[in-house]
Design a binder for this molecule. Sequence first.
Ligand code: NAI
Length: 388
Amino acid sequence: MAKLNWGMIGGGEGSQIGPAHRLAAGLDGAFTFAAGALDHRADAGRDYGQRLGLVPDRAYGDWREMLGAERARADRLDLVTVATPNATHFEITKAFLEAGFNVLCEKPMTMTVDEGEEIVRLAERSGRICAVNYGYTGYALVRHMRAMVARGDLGRIRVVVAEFAHGHHADAADADNPRVRWRYDPAQAGVSAQFADCGIHAMHMASFVTGQNVERLSADIVSTIDSRVLEDDAMVNFRMDGGTVGRLWTSSIALGRQHGLTLQVFGETGGLRWAQEQPNQLYHMPLGGRLQVIERGEGNLSPEADRASRVTVGHAEGMPLAFANIYADMAETIRAQKDGRAMDPAANLYPRAEDGLRSMAAVFAVAQSGKADGAWVDARPPMFRAEA
Ligand code: NAI
């Protein structure tokens, strides 16, 4: 089977998330890393791209140069990943979608709700894939949780509890460090810091697993370090369109927590608990039964979990493999489109532009509610309110 051509914008040398994308895209042999504009410094981007194996004329200094050259090629890219800083996502994603490329955009997809709606409409019109990298939904057992909820193993879902709390910005002495300070500065970060950075992963995961969207929310947001304007800790209560009650805590000052993404789901006939730092175990408590540990890779899991597992039970699978499952879903979608066949339904799980838009609406709702002492506010994007 011919490999698909993959390109990347951002993710230059020393970047946080670039290496995870390159590992993930390369893992199953579906994509060839064919082009990139990897750095905001043109020479550094060209140089690093070539050191990673790009041919010189596809190691670009700038994303506009990449767009112009790639759109004219017969072997044009099948997928472009946008892994630049947040404020550039909208412009780059829009330009590549308009030129007919499939795009995987890092989160947050945009900086405003209007921009998010524009991307959703554009993706719809163009017929191209616009995916958003809520990569932690790629974990096999997160997909299994979703399958268990969907097939009714837990009955009606009463409550979902999501957390994304780390302690990496807890040091007040570090608050003026330029690598940290911009995140809490509204001029650079927008209306929200910690919720927009991490909380949206937890909220998206709650939606992904329950199959429900967030309708309204109430937020208590605080900045626990005086020099910060935007929040470093938030508690968000929410209600979902299938009647589930949601609770979400996100923090960047939670010393002792590392990545700290967890999800608990409580239904009428069972409960589930999963934590990203122990991603290979899922705890299931059936009503009237005993607590059970479901292991990634064991027999008789859902097709969605089986498809997302690569090594046998008992061996740890981690974050780049979760991201690889997002890439595997997109490879299957692109191949099915090219071959004119139906895609494997177990691969139809990658987060879409709609998810990026819903997150952006939630970010603005959290900021609005936080300013209004936790007043309940509508968390739906306007274009989906009209449809409801
Ligand atoms: P970073 O600051 O470590 O790296 C950004 C890279 O983009 C650098 O190599 C920089 O030179 C390059 N860059 C900046 N502007 C550019 C431009 N105009 N053209 C080409 N390259 C450009 O940032 P980090 O932490 O890697 O984050 C990047 C994005 O990924 C952010 O939007 C962030 O929210 C997201 N992210 C997502 C995660 C996830 O779990 N899905 C985890 C971490 C980050």
